[in-house]
Design a protein around this ligand. Structure first.
Ligand SMILES: Nc1ncnc2c1ncn2[C@@H]1O[C@H](COP(=O)(O)OP(=O)(O)OP(=O)(O)O)[C@@H](O)[C@H]1O
Length: 235
């Protein structure tokens, strides 16, 4: 397994948010986590990437326990997280923002080839390379945040609600761009409130409710599940 999480408990202060979550993602899989507001989806990604400490349970990445590692060590293992808040540097150009994402250990040649890979995936970023990131639209900033994460050449990426705050047409454009990313064979864990988009994009999904996995299955099966239809698809 690429990522294997067992009985994960985590939270903030006195509050437990995840109450024993177990999920598995194989190499090259595209998996979504869906669920209502406050279910703990972002907390799950933050715990995997070391921003929130796990209270118990195990998190294995490429077979290695990463549960106790610092947030700065995890991207070095090839696992990157694009958080909900995009945090692009508005006063830097698009290209400068991308360079910030390159691994500190990389040399100029590595950076150049990482840049051209990102530009190939997201041609819009290449067209706007010399423009200030602050002038980009929300959707373009989201793509920049994803492009920046790709600069370290990860083997797995976690995306937290890439559609948040974007107009429906922009969401569709962004998922078209993400389709190229999926076709590279990268392992992807996607947290998404837009359940239609999530089930279209991922081959499998977990439904997280109140900090526990309520349901899991292939996207095609979940799309026809009564609970998913009633609670998330409004059918
Ligand atoms: N930094 C924090 N400190 C304390 N409580 C937090 C913090 N971040 C989130 N929470 C609480 O943890 C619970 C789960 O939040 P989380 O953001 O993981 O949910 P979510 O499923 O991602 O929902 P959303 O889609 O609203 O982001 C919520 O009750 C939230 O209020």
């Amino acid at each position: 397994m690429k990522l294997s999480i067992e009985s994960l408990v985590s939270g903030y202060g006195l509050l437990d948010v995840l109450h024993g979550v177990s999920i598995e993602i194989a190499e090259g899989e595209v998996v979504a986590v869906i669920g209502p507001n406050g279910a703990g989806k972002s907390t799950l990604l933050r715990t995997i990437s070391g921003l929130v400490a796990a209270r118990s349970g195990t998190i294995r990445y490429d077979g290695k326990e990463i549960g106790g590692l610092a947030a700065s060590e995890i991207p070095r293992l090839g696992l990157v997280h694009v958080p909900e808040a995009r945090h692009v540097f508005g006063s830097l150009t698009v290209e400068q923002n991308l360079i910030v994402g390159a691994s500190a250990a990389s040399n100029t040649k590595d950076r150049k080839s990482a840049l051209s890979e990102v530009y190939e995936l997201f041609p819009m970023l290449s067209q706007k390379a010399r423009e200030l990131a602050g002038g980009l639209s929300g959707g373009q900033q989201q793509m920049l945040a994803i492009g920046r994460a790709l600069m370290s050449r990860p083997s797995m990426i976690m995306l937290d609600e890439p559609s948040l705050g974007l107009a429906p047409l922009v969401v569709e454009q962004m998922y078209e761009a993400l389709d190229g990313l999926r076709r590279t064979g990268l392992t992807i864990l996607l947290v998404e409130q837009d359940v239609y988009m999530a089930l279209d994009f991922a081959s499998r999904a977990y439904v997280l409710e109140n900090g526990t996995i309520a349901l899991t299955g292939a996207s095609d099966v979940l799309r026809h599940d009564d609970h998913v239809r009633r609670s998330y698809l409004g059918i």
